[in-house]
Ligand binder design. Structure first.
Ligand SMILES: [Zn+2]
Ligand SMILES: [Zn+2]
Length: 272
């Protein structure tokens, strides 16, 4: 079993240590934070500070900066983004990255999760009649809101999770637009996805390269084409998972286990 340190730093301002503690507890690890470390310098969701790099680079930089700040050799960080699905650009997705870095043992392992089940919505004052329905749908209270001025786009109040406060603010700012909070402590659906990314990281930490025994041996691509179950011609569905080792570059094609043949509805010949 992989050993995490008994106290593991997580670079966060947003209570992610509470979200992830249940996953690290079984390893005898307590997640700790340094409240003086300001992760907002790495970009914020509401547009205040632009994020300069992709989330995978940002999460590594955040982790290393936090470790340096707290003078420790091991650390954890997480980073998420909302955007369009890489393959289906009409869908919005939440991608979460988690990284574990251990400078002592030369370990750098990432966990990743993509989710389509997210809370990423807005409502403006012209649709005020739908406010009640909107609040119910997003599960307001557990899910927080941001209030902006619609004409200027400026943030008036972040982290709203109380009804009386919300109604007071709406009255005071008639040109309002409400957006769902994307910060993890105000977004329960994001919390679920962050936990999935961390579980993926833990799974990768326990997957070893058959050639050099390095940790983090994992699927990095797909290859081949499944035959159609009716006509046996090639479909566009992949047939093999490609495992890759970042240490020795060993690669291996493993036949996918969920299906040996593709349904004819996905066959370009049977269902053109
Ligand atoms: Zn290897
Ligand atoms: Zn076919």
């Amino acid at each position: 079993m992989v050993k995490f340190p008994s106290q593991l730093l997580i670079s966060t301002k947003h209570q992610k240590h509470q979200i992830l503690q249940p996953l690290f507890g079984p390893f005898g690890t307590t997640l700790i934070t340094d409240s003086n470390f300001d992760t907002d310098a790495f970009g914020t969701f509401c547009g205040g500070i632009p994020r300069l790099e992709g989330p995978k680079i940002t999460v590594k930089e955040k982790c290393l900066a936090g470790m340096k700040f707290s003078n420790t050799l091991q650390g954890l960080a997480s980073e998420g983004s909302f955007g369009l699905h890489p393959a289906y650009p009409f869908l919005t997705v939440n991608e979460e990255w988690v990284v574990y870095i251990d400078l002592l043992n030369q370990i750098e392992v990432y966990g990743y999760s993509l989710s389509l089940d997210l809370c990423f919505e807005r409502l403006n004052n012209r649709n005020a009649a739908q406010l009640d329905h909107f609040l119910n749908r997003i599960d307001f209270g557990k899910q927080g809101l941001i209030l902006k001025d619609e004409s200027t786009g400026l943030v008036i109040q972040k982290g709203i999770s109380c009804k009386s406060e919300l109604f007071r603010l709406l009255k005071a700012h008639p040109d309002w637009v409400l957006e769902t909070e994307l910060r993890s402590h105000f977004n329960p659906k994001r919390q679920i996805n962050i936990r999935r990314a961390a579980q993926n990281l833990i799974d990768r930490m326990h997957s070893f390269c058959p050639n050099c025994q390095a940790i983090g041996y994992w699927v990095e691509g797909q290859e081949g084409n499944l035959p159609c179950s009716t006509c046996q011609n090639q479909t566009n569905s992949y047939q093999y998972l490609k495992f890759h080792c970042f240490e020795c570059r060993h690669e291996e094609l493993v036949r996918r286990k969920d299906k040996l043949e593709e349904d004819p509805q996905y066959c370009p010949i049977c269902n053109p």
